[in-house]
Design a protein around this ligand. Structure first.
Ligand code: ATP
Ligand code: MG
Ligand code: MG
Length: 562
């Protein structure tokens, strides 16, 4: 498998192991089950599971489900499916932060007992106002000096459900003058009389993310807690809290260590659950697994591969500097994997009829085509050649432009894996549109027969027998947004513009095409290179051998904007 190349996190782990700070490596992937996983999550999954694999440690699959209002079991299942699909296995290490509510509560009592937390009864807006700014220190709440006994009694009554939402919060008692705003007595608990998808109505008190996450890590014995750069300012609180709880004897050392890395920003998509939810709910796309969405379910349905994602993550690396990655980097990774993995088949996407006038009606001549040009072991298949064929409309020009080497009256071309033909003319309808092309063939030019390579042609076209080709629906996906950084450019009036205004109105085109019989008789999610076109996948849900549906995964070359 792919070993992650050296990067600063790996160096930090090497140092920790060398210094004897930890004896093994335990990482975690901690999504909140409030949406589907996106390509950004893939970076985190590959990093966390990859490091665990590399160091012979383990990676925990943990649901960070401490927020009762937005989470659901459906999201849990979709997330597990996506991680498994990417190729990672958490073994028995599946955890839910909501299972730790009792421990988190006891940690809070331990803090109160040590004078490190207090119940504040100011309304939320006053707490915010007293917090100060980057240039101004915060001010103490009038409740900051409540006695330990009073705090404990109030906190227990909060848990018992005696107060309405917003009446009190629990805050850490650190330093209202700290230059780091996150250390100005952050909120640890809020009262919320709402039911949770796993714990139901057992709690009306819910921990904040900043409080819950370090405790989750410590409970599980995580050594390296990797998170994105936005959490850098939270690290002092992460350390303060775990030190305090270690001093209190709740957790033993060594404590987990938080390390931040740059999140993935990918051009032409949005990687934010909030925006993805909006795209799905407002029906700008067909669902969470719409092939245009940068969700892992969408990428899968588009034909992207787990190996392609891992290759992509290896290529973009891990750093501490925020930046944007071009979408073509992802596409090239998919192409590189599919070039090896996908067998070749023939499809005619914009069909035009070609009649070989000197080829006997009713006769079938079987031609052989390799399934994979780089790997003869994948064998060959037989393709029927008959009098009437489908070719690409773009492979014929009645009056050729300079440099056009395919079919045009008088020209010879090779029909790939078949015969060399000479174009003799075409038929048109009343409007002058070409409806049929005519040709004659050279009977001794069949590919693979002795002497066939005496024929030198510049053009090489693909084709399908009209009597055998299967009609298929092709779904041609383009980028979902026309702007590389959706919603970042101000509108004409200088006001910020919604990312929705950058949606590409032509991101999906569907059309009828023909594929060879061998391409239709396959299970959903089979991937092919349709020669000269690109990589396609049999749609995960809609493909049937009798009514095939193929999605464009990625073209053979980068053609965006060309
Ligand atoms: P979003 O901002 O899309 O809502 P999130 O960070 O809130 O994402 P979580 O479910 O909390 O979503 O994410 C789980 C893990 O995935 C976190 O550890 C987070 O750091 C990581 N992650 C999320 N987005 C990215 C990204 N764009 N690049 C790298 N890692 C990411
Ligand atoms: Mg998060
Ligand atoms: Mg989020």
């Amino acid at each position: 498998d792919l070993a992650p190349p050296a990067h600063f996190i790996k160096n930090a782990i090497d140092e920790d192991l060398a210094a004897g700070r930890y004896r093994q490596v335990v990482t975690r992937f901690p999504p909140e089950p409030n949406g589907y996983l996106h390509f950004g999550h893939a970076k985190s999954i590959v990093l966390n599971f990859g490091l665990a694999r590399l160091y012979g440690g383990r990676c925990h699959m943990r649901f960070d489900d401490t927020n009762p209002t937005t989470e659901s079991m459906d999201y849990v299942e979709a997330i597990l499916e996506a991680v498994r699909w990417l190729g990672y296995d958490w073994g028995e290490h599946l955890y839910f932060a909501s299972d730790y509510f009792e421990t988190m509560y006891r940690c809070a009592e331990a803090l109160i007992e040590r004078g490190l937390a207090y119940v504040d009864s100011l309304p939320p807006e006053e707490i915010r106002a007293l917090r100060g700014t980057l240039t101004e220190p915060g001010r103490d709440s009038p409740y900051r000096n409540r006695s330990i006994e009073e705090n404990l009694a109030l906190f227990r009554r909060m848990r018992a459900g005696e107060f309405p939402d917003g009446a009190h919060v629990l805050r850490a008692k650190i330093d209202m003058a700290s230059p780091n705003l996150n250390l100005r007595d952050p909120i640890l608990y809020r009262i919320r009389h709402v039911s949770h998808y796993r714990t139901g109505n057992a709690w009306c008190l819910y921990p904040t993310y900043t409080y819950a996450h370090p405790i989750e890590d410590a409970i599980e014995g995580i050594t390296h807690s990797l998170c994105t750069l936005e959490f850098e300012d939270q690290r002092p609180f992460y350390e303060w809290l775990l030190e305090a709880l270690a001093e209190a004897g709740v957790f033993s050392r060594p404590l987990p260590r938080q390390i931040e890395f740059a999140r993935l920003n990918l051009e032409y998509v949005v990687l934010s659950k909030r925006k993805l939810i909006q795209l799905v709910e407002e029906r700008h796309v067909a669902g969470w697994d719409d092939p245009r969405l940068p969700t892992l379910a969408g990428g899968r349905r588009r034909g992207y591969t787990p190996e392609g994602f891992r290759l992509f993550c290896e290529r973009i690396g891990v750093s501490k500097a925020d930046g944007w990655i071009g979408y073509e980097v992802l596409e090239q990774a998919m192409r590189d994997h599919l070039n090896e993995a996908a067998e070749r088949r023939i499809a005619v996407l914009d069909p035009l009829e070609l009649v070989i006038d000197d080829f006997p009606e009713g006769h079938v001549e079987w031609c052989e085509a390799p399934n994979h040009p780089l790997d003869p072991e994948r064998g060959k298949r037989r393709i029927p050649f008959t009098r009437r064929l489908w070719i690409e409309r773009g492979d014929f020009m009645e009056t050729p432009v300079k440099g056009f080497h395919r079919l045009t009256p008088g020209a010879t071309v090779r029909l790939r894996y078949g015969y060399v033909i000479e174009c003799t003319g075409c038929d048109k309808d009343e409007s002058g549109r070409v409806v049929r092309v005519h040709a004659r063939h050279f009977p001794d030019s069949k590919s693979g027969t002795p002497g066939a390579d005496r024929y030198k042609t510049k053009g090489n076209c693909h084709w399908l027998s009209c009597d055998h080709a299967i009609e298929a629906e092709i779904r041609h996906y383009d980028r979902l947004f026309r702007h590389p950084r959706p919603g970042t450019e101000p509108g004409p009036d200088g006001a910020p513009r919604s990312f929705l205004e950058d949606l590409n109105p032509e991101s999906l085109r569907c059309y009828r095409a023909f594929v060879e019989p061998d391409a239709a008789q396959v299970p959903p999610e089979t991937r092919f290179q349709f020669e000269r076109h690109g990589y396609f996948v049999a749609d995960r849900y809609d493909h049937r051998p009798e009514t095939p549906v193929f999605n464009l995964t990625v073209g053979l070359k980068d053609t965006w904007g060309k």
